[in-house]
Design a protein around this ligand. Structure first.
Ligand SMILES: NC(=O)C1=CN([C@@H]2O[C@H](COP(=O)(O)OP(=O)(O)OC[C@H]3O[C@@H](n4cnc5c(N)ncnc54)[C@H](O)[C@@H]3O)[C@@H](O)[C@H]2O)C=CC1
Ligand SMILES: CC(=O)N[C@@H]1[C@@H](OP(=O)(O)OP(=O)(O)OC[C@H]2O[C@@H](n3ccc(=O)[nH]c3=O)[C@H](O)[C@@H]2O)O[C@H](C(=O)O)[C@@H](O)[C@@H]1O
Length: 427
């Protein structure tokens, strides 16, 4: 049974961050009234002024238009709506245990305003079984309504899972163009969610069960993590063997069925380095490869630190000074190229760890940010604007392949010890 799209006159998005805000703005751009809910007062105020509190290309224009035309309004407290989308954080706790407290708080917060005929969709990346758990929390709060687990297709409230797979930096395009995997707790729940997403998604909405959709999202990010781990492991082996890993990968990728990813200083961002743990934590005996990949990628920053310390010892031996007096520069802090996002960035961890080994502050070039983040300020790290000051450094550590770094000529790098985690200066 297909519910017509125009049933959704009012949609509420819970959690207005990197995922929720663009989603809310895109719904609004399709003429739907959107109530955005967030516990962060500053975010709510900013959005109501038609501005944004996160960085994503073109999002400011879409949010500005939606707020100005009165189709997007942010609040701290949920209000009644036809559909509720939950896009709150899902980090992990100590021991890599998934932290579902944000989802539970969001579910319990919308429960009082739920009504018969509503649809609730979870978008947050979640361990298998979370959508069923949401329905259970809602049922606990609202014994007067029926939910799919007990009432099946006759439930008053439909509940579904629809993971998000947009790439930061391309969110507005991918939100519309990507295929979506939609898993309802019953077929009718899926059909309702398909009708909701069809209001703006041009990709295909592919229907499955909630548990399969939850596992699908985790699988996508675990697949990427395992493949990056393969590249990172190769880079360590090649370094030991005196082979350029960059050339090796280029050559191997000439095989029609080989497509190796790129090594780096480790895996950053709050998704690829987090989500595979949701599989490992619940299936520790079976998820051996996924677990090993996490360990390989998590250990890569320490390997880079060791390489820099070895380079500093080489310079010290040449100059006749103590290794801790060698001047080290680091290029890049963001978790990937050409963005300003430092969340879970291996480059930040490397700079922090290195700072403890040198007498003078590390010189850092990060063209995408204006101020040193607090975690590094306390280590005395100096942010250097431009390249001139780097002539003072004896060891250059390339951590992120930002576009401007690719233009540094080989001549400029003459006589400097280089530790290149991205293969743009030593390839
Ligand atoms: N950022 C990304 O590239 C992607 C993220 N995801 C997943 O989407 C989910 C959300 O991620 P982001 O948007 O990046 O997180 P975020 O941290 O940017 O935004 C989450 C927002 O939820 C708000 N929030 C927390 N608890 C709340 C509550 N009880 N009620 C209302 N608002 C609440 C926070 O204040 C914050 O503004 C996570 O599960 C993440 O793994 C999935 C695909 C891509
Ligand atoms: C399977 C997949 O590609 N997932 C995407 C991913 O977005 P994210 O920006 O975190 O991924 P990414 O570009 O692979 O970057 C993650 C980390 O991996 C590193 N990285 C990436 C590719 C590579 O060849 N080598 C490498 O070292 C990056 O430098 C970065 O530190 O995770 C997002 C998410 O789930 O939040 C998801 O929506 C995106 O589609």
């Amino acid at each position: 049974m297909m519910t017509p799209a125009h049933r959704f006159k009012r949609v509420s998005v819970i959690g207005l961050g990197y995922i929720g805000l663009p989603t809310a703005a895109v719904f609004a751009s399709r003429g739907i009234e959107v109530i955005g809910v967030d516990v962060n007062e500053i975010a709510v105020q900013t959005i109501n002024k038609g501005r944004i509190h996160i960085v994503e290309p073109d999002l400011d224009m879409v949010v500005h238009a939606a707020a100005r035309e009165g189709r997007l309004r942010a609040t701290l407290k949920p209000e009644a709506a036809d559909a509720f989308l939950i896009a709150v954080p899902t980090p992990f706790r100590d021991g890599h245990e998934p932290d579902l407290s944000y989802i539970e708080a969001a579910a319990r917060a919308i429960a009082p305003v739920l009504a018969k005929g509503n649809l609730v969709v979870l978008e947050s990346t979640s361990p298998v079984g979370t959508t069923e758990q949401i329905a259970a929390w809602l049922a606990e709060e609202r014994p007067d309504l029926s939910f799919p687990q007990e009432a099946g297709e006759a439930a008053d409230v439909a509940v579904a899972y629809c993971p998000e797979r947009v790439l930061p930096g391309h969110v507005l395009r991918e939100l519309v163009e990507n295929d979506r995997v939609i898993g309802g707790l019953t077929p009718r729940c899926s059909a309702e969610a398909v009708a909701l997403y069809s209001t703006f998604v041009k990709g295909e909405c592919v229907v499955t069960t909630a548990r399969t959709a939850e596992m699908c999202k985790l699988t996508e990010n675990a697949f990427r993590d395992v493949n990056i781990a393969f590249a990172n492991e190769l880079s360590i082996i090649c370094d030991k063997l005196g082979i350029s890993v960059w050339e090796l990968i280029r050559l191997a990728n000439r095989h029609p069925r080989v497509n190796i990813l790129q090594p780096g200083p480790g895996v950053g961002g709050h998704c690829i380095a987090v989500d595979p743990w949701f599989i490992v934590n619940r299936n520790p005996d079976e998820a051996r490869l996924i677990h090993a990949a996490r360990q390989v990628n998590d250990s890569k920053p320490h390997w880079v630190v060791d390489k820099v310390l070895a380079a500093a010892r080489a310079v010290a031996a040449r100059k006749g000074c103590a290794p801790q007096d060698v001047r080290v520069a680091a290029f890049g802090l963001a978790f990937k190229p050409d963005i300003d996002d430092l969340r879970e960035s291996p480059a930040v961890d490397i700079v922090k760890e290195l700072s403890a080994h040198f007498a003078r502050p590390l010189l850092v070039v990060e063209p995408n940010i204006a101020v040193v983040p607090p975690a590094l300020a306390e280590c005395g790290v100096e942010l250097i604007d431009g390249f001139a000051a780097l002539d003072q450094a004896d060891v250059w550590t390339l951590l992120v392949d930002h576009r401007p770094f690719k233009t540094v000529s080989p001549k400029r790098r003459d006589g400097v010890e280089i530790v290149d985690a991205r293969g743009i200066w030593t390839d």
